[in-house]
Design a protein around this ligand. Structure first.
Ligand SMILES: Nc1ncnc2c1ncn2[C@@H]1O[C@H](COP(=O)(O)OP(=O)(O)O)[C@@H](O)[C@H]1O
Ligand SMILES: [Mg+2]
Length: 260
């Protein structure tokens, strides 16, 4: 069971967009996929068609750290992706992670063990994180097998990337299954001389961690969210191209981590 954590301490870089469409791409390859929404803003849950009004806090990861069994919190979606949704009450998750009955840095790893043993219920688990460092990221990295960071060629984004790489190095001390960070260039369009400098820095310093597939700015990725569809269900002029790019990304990950 591969556990991919979508992380970067910068909003709007495409964590949720990649999480949802990646998960959908794995699912199209007939892999069993679970997405856990770890961001109180619940964008991934909404994108997957989950109605926030109908949810209770205990339907989210909050329920699990307070003793609910993981399968009780999993719901199906029209994408064929299983979902543990987020709830606005998760705004206090950093505090709850320190005080709830099943809390602590290994709480998510322990939770995933419930669906890993004796045989894995899922092939792929995708964790969608908020743009923040702190206990939620640390708990996710303690459970992840690989961290995925979407980036653009911008100073603030590259700073956030450096901070994330440090967090992952720390997490590897307690999680030997965490293979490292893979970087996805998303909404990637270096145009100005300044952009080119950051693009060059990205390739020079992080070349080994860069995935080959680059996701450009595409209307289907912006517009499909509002219709609560992944690009695999959304129909538009550029959706086919974007689907192929996500299938390429997923193939790259399978070649790094092996099939399941
Ligand atoms: N490659 C892309 N092309 C067009 N729009 C994109 C692309 N990637 C992300 N977006 C859009 O940009 C916005 C921010 O992306 P999002 O995934 O929510 O970022 P994050 O989760 O990192 O805060 C969303 O509206 C999303 O649909
Ligand atoms: Mg997000």
């Amino acid at each position: 069971m591969h556990v991919y954590a979508l992380a970067l301490e910068k909003g709007g870089v495409g964590k949720t967009c990649l999480a949802v469409n990646f998960a959908a791409a794995f699912s199209r390859l007939n892999l069993r996929v679970l997405l856990i929404d770890l961001d109180a803003q619940a964008h991934a849950s909404q994108w997957l068609g989950c109605d926030a009004e109908q949810l209770r806090p205990e339907d989210s990861i909050i329920g699990i750290i307070n003793g609910r069994k993981v399968p009780e919190c999993i719901r199906p979606t029209e994408e064929g992706i299983a979902l543990i949704p987020a709830h606005a009450a998760m705004a206090s998750l950093p505090i709850q992670l320190a005080s709830s009955p099943n809390s602590g840095i290994f709480s998510l790893q322990d939770a995933l063990d419930q669906i890993r043993h004796p045989t894995p219920h899922y092939d792929i688990v995708v964790l969608d994180l908020a743009p923040a460092r702190g206990p939620v990221l640390a708990t996710a990295l303690a459970a992840a097998t690989r961290c995925i960071a979407p980036v653009q060629s911008e100073n603030l984004v590259l700073r956030a990337l450096r901070a994330l790489i440090d967090s992952v190095a720390q997490a590897q001390r307690i999680n030997p299954h965490l293979r490292g960070v893979s970087i996805v260039r998303n909404r990637y369009a270096p145009r100005s001389a300044g952009d080119m400098i950051y693009d060059h820095a990205l390739c020079t310093f992080y070349g080994e961690q860069l995935l080959r597939t680059i996701i450009p700015i595409r209307a289907s990725l912006r517009d499909s969210a509002g219709l609560q569809q992944s690009v695999f269900r959304y129909t538009s002029a550029d959706a086919g191209e974007v689907r192929n790019l996500f299938l390429d990304l997923v193939e790259e990950l399978i070649s790094l981590d092996g099939g399941t």
